[in-house]
Design a protein around this ligand. Structure first.
Ligand code: FAD
Length: 301
């Protein structure tokens, strides 16, 4: 293990050893990170990524932890959190510039307060701007990529400005993997503040009625198979309410697994196996995970 003082020679932000990660995830599950670092600027990000590579230590960027399941053993390596240094929003010449660590709710609110429309449907997604970009998160007919003009990233140790086309946005994915996303620029159309605000309110209400937002979870567990809905398949297989340890298939929305009673990551993995096997046996369809498994040695589900 490398000492903090060693890393501090090249890094200005906060560094914590053995940081418990559960509280940085919406699932409230996961072990500790060897190194948890909070860069304050671009130099810090470049330096820590290079330092980790030079020392053979893997690095991992965490957004709001709303689409991941971290293992009970945690993450061996450097976890980079951008919420300190990349939590800014600016309005410049009809463009909105957002740091990657900004939460989507704050980003949407900033856009509405500046009388812009077009991102209000994203408001209830519990992501950071960086996480929403890499996943091209979307809801109610809108996607994060819709209004992006350019994205600043670190790729291969260098700062690059990518055009929207360079980002390869497709449905719930992009080619931004293997980058650290730092900042994005958005161009939106103007809108009536009150009307857009009202629309945001209605969409959040509709989301809260459909999803188990009151219990920790990581969003939809499985991708929708072609021409099918994972939630409908899981429901039709009678799996709502099925439990393993502290994890349960939500009774409100069958594609959500909820941490209803101090679930471990292993509880969730076992429940995922039950869901997948049952759906396969009863329908012949193989469900594919949407939530990413992080820090697991070997897990075949
Ligand atoms: C209640 C609930 C509702 C949800 N509803 C929706 C929905 O309506 N639509 C939808 O699309 N998704 C939804 N999700 C899923 C989730 O919010 C999205 O996938 C979101 O984009 C994840 O963003 P994040 O910041 O939490 O990223 P994380 O979960 O922290 O990370 C996801 C991936 O992105 C990478 N990453 C994150 N930030 C960066 C960065 N700055 N640079 C490089 N890589 C990065 C991580 O390494 C990881 O691989 C929901 C989740 C929950 C819990």
């Amino acid at each position: 293990m490398i000492s903090i003082s060693e890393i501090q020679k090249i890094f200005k932000g906060r560094i914590t050893l053995n940081e418990p990660l559960a509280r940085f995830t919406t699932f409230r599950i996961g072990g500790v990170a060897d190194y948890f670092v909070e860069p304050v600027d671009i130099d810090d990000v470049v330096n820590i990524v290079k330092y980790a590579a030079d020392h053979g230590i893997p690095h991992y960027v965490m957004g709001n932890g709303s689409n991941i399941l971290i293992s009970d053993e945690g993450i061996r390596g450097v976890v980079i959190n951008l919420e300190t240094g990349f939590n800014y929003l600016r309005h410049e010449n009809d463009m909105i510039i957002s740091g990657a660590g900004v939460k989507i709710a704050k980003f949407v609110d900033f856009c509405i307060q500046n009388s812009y429309a077009g991102v209000e449907m994203l408001a209830g997604i519990p992501a950071t701007v960086g996480g929403a970009l890499i996943m091209n998160a979307g809801a109610y007919g809108g996607e994060t990529a819709d209004h992006v003009t350019e994205v600043k990233v670190i790729r291969n140790g260098k700062l690059r400005t990518l055009s929207k086309e360079d980002c390869g946005f497709v449905y719930r994915s992009s080619n931004l993997k293997n980058t650290v996303i730092l900042e994005a620029t958005f161009k939106l159309s103007t809108g009536n503040k009150e009307e857009v605000s009202q629309k945001r309110k209605e969409l959040i209400l509709s989301r809260n009625q459909a999803q188990p937002v009151e219990v920790p979870n990581a969003g939809c567990m499985f991708k929708n198979p072609k021409d099918n809905k994972a939630a409908i398949l899981i429901d039709q297989c009678g799996l709502k309410g099925t439990k393993f340890g502290g994890a349960m298939v939500s009774t409100k929305h069958a594609n959500f697994i909820v941490n209803y009673d101090n679930a471990t990551a292993q509880d969730v993995v076992e429940l995922v196996k039950i869901v997948k096997n049952t759906v396969h046996q009863k329908t012949g369809i193989d469900l594919e995970m949407e939530v990413k498994l992080i820090g697991f040695e070997e897990v075949t589900i």
